[in-house]
Design a protein around this ligand. Structure first.
Ligand SMILES: C[S@@+](CC[C@H](N)C(=O)[O-])C[C@H]1O[C@@H](n2cnc3c(N)ncnc32)[C@H](O)[C@@H]1O
Length: 235
């Protein structure tokens, strides 16, 4: 087996075990996924493809927007569990680097917390551009390498999850990766869920947090734990 296939098999095994042992507890709750659909301005009947959909949490949230939900993931356990929960969704086991769809199929493509798990990110991005139509909007959540937690715990103490292919890059690097691949960045936001949770704690549980609304914070975007990119195809 080549080293690349070997690595890929290890990643699949790690996610299969994680989903078997931890199931939905491994992921954020459904309410954390609304913000992606909001910034994408998802409309009824649009075809949405969630790449590396895991157990289908984003697709579950997308029900409220009446989009046509499609999802792929490389973990057979994830897809099996997602199918049990959402039998009407179009879900398949596939590698993001080789998508089983025709050119120009989708209006919206999301990839949440997963690009850095892929062996060849450029191949995956190329495939997303291929299956997205001319006006397709893309939303990616990717990890920042310039946080204390990444630099101290994951890098210095060596706690990076190598089997699950955990990786991170800084804002400049991610932006360059997307530009080089052929995307145009429309906007970048800090990851919203930690900010929403903080807001909720500060409000002493009295005020309800609107998970569909962006949280304004005054911290520089470079400090965000993860970056939320909104993109389109380069003209
Ligand atoms: C951290 S989980 C995020 C799951 C989901 N996006 C969510 O937010 O609920 C990362 C996911 O990436 C998937 N994955 C990793 N490499 C992949 C690849 N090359 N193609 C498709 N899925 C992949 C894993 O199986 C896993 O489900």
């Amino acid at each position: 087996m080549s080293k690349e296939l070997d690595n890929q098999e290890q990643i699949i095994q790690w996610f299969n075990n994680t989903y078997t042992k931890r199931g939905f507890w491994y992921l954020r709750p459904k309410k954390a996924y609304y913000i992606y659909l909001e910034i994408l301005k998802a409309q009824p009947n649009q075809k949405l493809l969630d790449i590396a959909c895991g157990l289908g949490r984003l697709l579950e949230a997308s029900k409220d927007y009446n989009v046509k939900p499609y999802g792929i993931d490389i973990s057979s356990v994830a897809i099996m569990k997602a199918k049990e929960q959402f039998p009407d969704f179009n879900l398949s086991i596939a590698n993001a680097e080789k998508l089983p769809f025709e050119n120009n199929t989708f209006d919206i493509i999301t990839c949440i917390g997963s690009l850095e798990r892929m062996i060849n990110t450029q191949n995956a991005l190329k495939e997303m551009l291929r299956v997205g139509n001319k006006n397709c909007k893309f939303c990616f959540l990717v990890r920042n390498s310039e946080t204390t937690s990444w630099q101290f715990f994951k890098t210095f103490l060596g706690l990076k999850n190598k089997k699950g292919h955990q990786d991170a890059k800084n804002l400049k690097e991610w932006t360059a990766i997307f530009n080089t691949a052929g995307f145009e960045v429309i906007n970048v936001f800090p990851d919203q869920y930690p900010l929403q949770k903080r807001l909720r704690r500060r409000s002493l549980w009295l005020k309800k947090v609107n998970y569909k609304q962006l949280v304004n914070n005054n911290e520089p975007i470079e400090k965000a734990n993860e970056f939320l990119f909104l993109l389109k195809k380069h003209d």
